[in-house]
Design a binder for this molecule. Structure first.
Ligand code: F6R
Length: 362
C-alpha cells in the first residue's frame, strides 16, 4: 500500500503533483480568470467583508501565513493569522464583518475547533478549508472548501500543505474577483501560475538525488536554520518544523531580516542555513543575510529560482519559475531534505515519537 516507497511520507511527497491537480480540478477557468468553489457567499457579503481571520495550528498555520500574503495582495482585505490555541485571547471587534477561516487537514484538531466555535459564538461567518469530508469542522463551519489531497497517513503533513496553499490561492482569486479588486487578466495570470505548479513540483521531485546527497553531507550538523522573507518566511518555518519533527534535530525558521537581531549568535560552521530565494521573497535582501552567515563560516544552501544563482552557496536547489507559487514549490525541496536527513538517522519517519496525526486534545 506504500506503492513501493519505504515510507508513506515519501510517497505523499511524491503525490503532490496529483494532489494539486485534484485541488484545481473543475474549479478554475484560466481564460476567463474565474474560480468556482461552490460557496454560498453572496456577492454582497464578499464585498462587505472587513477582515479575514485565519485560525490554524502547525503546518496548517504556515499555509495560513502564506495565504495571508496572497489575500492581502490580491483581495485587498485586512487579514490576521492566528495560532488557534491563542485565538481565545484575541478581541473580535466586528464579528459581523469578519470571515473566519479554519485551515485544518484533519478537520478535527481540538485547538482549531475551539477557536472556530468561539468565532461562531461571537457571530462571525466561518469557513473550513479541510481535507476530510464529513469531519467535525466541515460540518460545523458555515461553508467548507475541500483541499482534495486524498488520505495522508504520514504524521508529518506534506502534500496537504501544498493543497492548502493552492486551495487558498483559489479562494483569494475568488474573493478578489467578487470584490472587484482583481481584474480578469490578473486573475488569469495567477490561475495560470497555479496550474503550472504540478509540473513544477514534478521537476523538483525529479531532482531528488541532489537533495539526498546534500542531506547525507549535512546529516551530522549541530542545528539547521531556514530563512526567508515574505512568502519565503512561512516556507522557512515549515521547512524547520518538518525537519525537527521527523529527524529530532534542532531546526528553526527565521524571517531573514531577524537573523541579525539575535539568532546570528547560534550560527557556526556546523549549522547549515537554507535560504529561500524565489519570486515573492525579496531574494536580493535575503542574499545579504546569506552573506552574513557565510562570513561566520556556515554552509549555505540556496533554494532558488534565480537564473544566475549566486556563487556564495555550497549547493543550490533549483526551483522552476511559477511566480508567487514558487515558494510552495521550493517547500518540496525542504520536505525532501527533512526526509533524507531523518532517513540517514534511521528515524521513525511516518510515526515520529510523541506525535499524533490528529491532535484532539487542547
Ligand atoms: C506537522 C503537522 C502538524 C499539523 C497540525 C494541524 O507536520 O502535521 O503541525 O499541521 O497538528 O493539524 P490539522 O491541519 O489537521 O488541523
Amino acid at each position: 500500500e506504500k506503492g513501493g516507497y519505504e515510507h508513506y511520507m515519501r510517497k505523499e511527497i511524491h503525490e503532490q503533483p496529483h494532489a494539486v491537480r485534484q485541488a484545481l480540478s473543475g474549479r478554475i477557468d484560466e481564460f476567463a480568470g474565474t474560480v468556482d468553489l461552490d460557496l454560498s457567499l453572496s456577492d454582497e457579503y464578499c464585498k462587505s467583508i472587513d477582515e479575514i481571520q485565519i485560525i490554524a495550528c502547525g503546518t496548517s498555520y504556515y499555509a495560513g501565513l502564506y495565504a495571508a500574503e496572497l489575500l492581502e495582495q490580491y483581495a485587498d482585505i485586512r487579514i490576521s493569522v492566528h495560532i488557534a490555541s491563542e485565538y481565545e485571547f484575541r478581541a473580535n471587534r466586528d464579528p459581523w464583518r469578519t470571515l473566519v477561516i479554519a485551515v485544518t487537514q484533519s478537520g478535527e484538531t481540538a485547538d482549531t475547533l475551539r477557536a472556530l466555535r468561539k468565532a461562531d459564538g461571537a457571530g462571525a461567518r466561518t469557513l473550513a478549508v479541510t481535507n476530510t469530508v464529513g469531519s467535525t469542522m466541515a460540518r460545523e463551519a458555515d461553508d467548507t472548501v475541500y483541499i482534495r489531497s486524498g488520505p495522508e497517513i504520514g504524521v508529518a503533513a506534506t502534500k496537504t500543505f501544498a493543497s492548502q496553499v493552492i486551495t487558498l490561492a483559489l479562494l483569494t482569486v475568488y474573493l478578489g474577483r467578487q470584490r472587484n479588486v482583481l481584474s480578469s487578466s490578473e486573475a488569469s495570470t495567477i490561475l495560470n501560475e497555479v496550474s503550472e505548479v504540478p509540473g513544477a513540483i514534478q521537476q523538483v521531485l525529479d531532482a531528488e538525488s541532489v537533495v539526498h546527497e546534500t542531506a547525507k553531507e549535512f546529516a551530522d550538523s549541530d542545528a539547521y536554520f531556514f530563512i526567508g522573507r515574505r512568502f519565503g518566511y512561512p516556507v522557512a518555518l515549515e521547512g524547520a518544523l518538518k525537519l525537527k519533527e521527523i529527524s529530532y534535530e534542532h531546526a528553526e525558521g527565521f524571517a531573514s531580516g531577524e537573523l541579525k537581531h539575535g539568532p546570528l549568535a547560534l550560527v557556526t560552521e556546523n549549522t547549515p542555513v537554507l535560504a529561500i530565494l524565489t519570486e515573492g521573497t525579496s531574494a536580493d535582501e535575503t542574499l545579504h543575510n546569506v552573506k552574513e552567515v557565510e562570513s561566520r563560516g556556515a554552509p549555505a544552501i540556496g533554494v532558488s529560482s534565480e537564473t544566475d544563482p549566486n556563487p556564495v552557496f555550497d549547493t543550490v536547489f533549483e526551483v522552476p519559475k511559477v511566480g508567487l507559487m514558487e515558494p510552495v514549490v521550493a517547500n518540496v525541496y525542504l520536505q525532501l531534505f527533512a526526509y533524507h536527513v531523518a532517513s540517514q538517522k534511521d528515524r521513525s519517519i511516518d510515526k515520529p515519537r510523541n506525535l499524533a496525526k490528529s491532535v484532539t486534545v487542547e
